[in-house]
Structure formats: structure tokens, C-alpha cells
Design a protein around this ligand. Structure first.
Ligand code: NAD
Length: 296
């Protein structure tokens, strides 16, 4: 069993860390929030007093932080993870952040001969608790091979997406497709309503025709058609509109940096920003159908 430094014990990191403890790993935990540190201690973790301490004398460090600025600070500060860890400690960042930050941090790790992967997840808080997350991993073959058994403790599907930053690239490309797709399904139902075509008929036809997609058949924004969808429980998340907006903005940042045209991605980001601006950011992202229908 390994000893693992874990930094960022929030909605995702907390349950992920607990799964490492359950699997028998030793965990040295750190977060800025004292209450989260107290519950990590109760769960059996040792506590660290700063990111540097969490990174010393461990086999691996895992971070689960809000955004690129937090990841850069935790890894690159004078007393941060990269300055404090020594090879062969493996670094695993599971946060969803911008591709450029992921590549900057990974290059700094390489400069100190530390293996590092970016390993953002999909599966949400429920997947984190159940240990069924999907990890999209960027890093060298060697770093991936070392990270895979640890990630398997917290997830089911572990995919090597290529060199450093490619885990983040995979996550934001996927979520940009999802955000656009959800709006397209919402527009279809909004137009059908105006044309006097029932939602049930449109679903019956499109779920077997060329309009079929995950947002329609697995997560339908129109209530009453897919029982497990958040639309049937007042759009309680699920995956919040705030998270979708964050990922669409990361996709736009990456598109600008790489010179990639993503006009529908830009449109989706603008629509989710409008939706969040109406105070709806805590709802599931599929609730955007209400705005498309002019109900809010
Ligand atoms: P969260 O805000 O609940 O947790 C983040 C934790 O990081 C907080 O406890 C915070 O105190 C801590 N933190 C911030 N700066 C720190 C620092 N300098 N040192 C130590 N700790 C610090 O967020 P979350 O929902 O757990 O999400 C974490 C990451 O996972 C994000 O990048 C998010 O986009 C991604 N993600 C979240 C979900 C989800 O459903 N919540 C799904 C997929 C991916």
C-alpha cells in the first residue's frame, strides 16, 4: 500500500480521499478549511499543515482543487508541492483546469525529475463517493503506468489521452460537445412546442432518428421522458450549470490559445453565462431548456 498526500478535500476530493483510505492507503491530507481537515482526521487520515508537508516523504500526491490559479499556487509556490517533493514521488492533479496551466505545472515537475499526470474526472460527487469516476489522463507512458493503479482505487474507467495537458484537453472537448448538444435538444423541444408537436412524439421519433444523442436519450431536459434525468426532480443536479459554464469557458480559453474556431462552443458559453446570470447556476445544466423556452 502507498502513502499519499491529498490536497483539496472538497465535494470531490473528500470522498476520493476516503476511497483511498478504504483501500488501505495511508493519506496525509491538507485543505484550507479546518472543518474538512477535522473530518479527514476522523476518517483516518494524518493531517499536513501545508501543501509542502503533504508532498514530503510520500509515494504520490493527489490534488483536487477548484481552478488553474489554485493548482499553480499549490504546485509552484516556493514552499509548494514541486519544491517539497523528491523523486520518485508521483504527482497527480485531478482538478479541472486550463490546458496551459496543466502543461506549465507538468513542465516544472519534469524540471525536478518528478513524474506527473493531469487526470481530470467525470462522474460528479456520486461517482467520487462510489469510486466509479472516469479519469482522462495526460502524461508520459511511465507516469500513466504509475498513476493507473492509484486511480483505479477511485474510478472505473482510466484512459490515457496522451502527453501532459491532454487529460484536460479531453475533458473540455467532451464537455463543450455536451453543452452544445444540450442546447440543441432544448431548442428542438422548444420549437416542437410552438409547432404543436408533443414532446413525447418528438422523443419517440428523435430517440430512434438522426437527432439521437446522450442529452436526449439519457438526460432529457424535457420532464417525463427519461425517468432518471434531473428534469424530473426540479432540475436538482446532477451537473450544475455553474460547472458547465466553467468548462465551456475553459474550452473557449483553450480555443483562443490554440487558434481553433469553436463558434457553437462560444454560443453555448454565452447562453450558460446568461442562465447563470439569472441566478440559476446551482440548477442542473439541463435546466437551460427553461430559458430557451422563455420561461425564465
Ligand atoms: P470544492 O470547492 O468543493 O473543493 C475544492 C477544495 O479545494 C476546497 O475544499 C478548498 O478549500 C480547497 N482549496 C482551495 N485552494 C486550496 C489551497 N491553496 N490549498 C488547499 N486546499 C485548497 O470543489 P469540487 O466540487 O470538489 O471540485 C474540485 C475540482 O473537481 C474542480 O476543478 C471541479 O471543476 C472538478 N469537478 C467537479 C465535479 C463536481 O461535480 N463537483 C465534477 C467533475 C469535476
Amino acid at each position: 500500500m502507498s502513502s499519499i498526500g491529498f490536497i483539496g478535500l472538497g465535494n470531490m476530493g473528500g470522498p476520493m480521499m476516503r476511497n483511498l483510505l478504504k483501500a488501505g492507503h495511508g493519506v496525509k491530507a491538507y485543505d484550507l478549511a479546518p472543518t474538512l481537515l477535522a473530518s479527514a482526521k476522523e476518517a483516518g487520515a494524518e493531517l499536513a499543515t501545508d501543501p509542502g508537508e503533504a508532498a514530503r516523504n510520500v509515494d504520490a500526491v493527489i490534488t483536487m482543487l477548484p481552478a488553474g490559479q489554485h493548482v499553480r499556487a499549490v504546485y509552484l509556490d516556493e514552499k509548494g508541492v514541486i519544491a517539497s517533493a523528491s523523486a520518485p514521488t508521483l504527482l497527480i492533479d485531478c482538478s479541472t483546469i486550463d490546458v496551459d496551466s496543466a502543461r506549465i505545472v507538468s513542465a516544472a515537475a519534469k524540471g525536478r525529475a518528478l513524474d506527473m499526470v493531469d487526470a481530470p474526472v467525470s462522474g460528479g460527487v456520486a461517482g467520487a463517493a462510489a469510486g466509479t469516476l472516469t479519469f482522462m489522463v495526460g502524461g508520459s507512458d511511465q507516469a500513466f503506468a504509475r498513476a493507473e493503479p492509484i486511480l483505479k482505487t477511485m474510478g472505473k474507467v482510466i484512459v490515457h489521452a496522451g502527453p501532459p495537458g491532454n487529460g484536460q484537453a479531453a475533458k473540455i472537448c467532451n464537455n463543450m460537445m455536451l453543452g452544445i448538444q444540450m442546447i440543441s435538444v432544448a431548442e428542438g423541444f422548444a420549437l416542437a412546442e410552438k409547432l404543436g408537436l408533443s414532446a413525447a412524439k418528438l422523443f419517440e421519433i428523435s430517440s430512434k432518428a438522426s437527432g439521437q444523442c446522450w442529452s436526449l436519450t439519457n438526460y432529457c431536459p424535457e420532464p417525463g421522458l427519461v425517468p432518471s434525468a434531473p428534469s424530473n426532480r426540479d432540475y436538482q443536479p446532477g451537473f450544475t450549470a455553474a460547472m458547465m459554464l466553467k468548462d465551456l469557458r475553459l474550452a473557449q480559453q483553450a480555443a483562443a490559445s490554440a487558434g481553433a474556431p469553436t463558434p457553437l462552443g462560444a454560443g453555448a458559453a454565452a447562453l450558460f453565462a446568461l442562465f447563470a446570470g439569472k441566478g440559476r447556476e446551482a440548477l442542473d445544466f439541463s435546466a437551460i431548456i427553461q430559458m430557451i423556452k422563455g420561461k425564465i
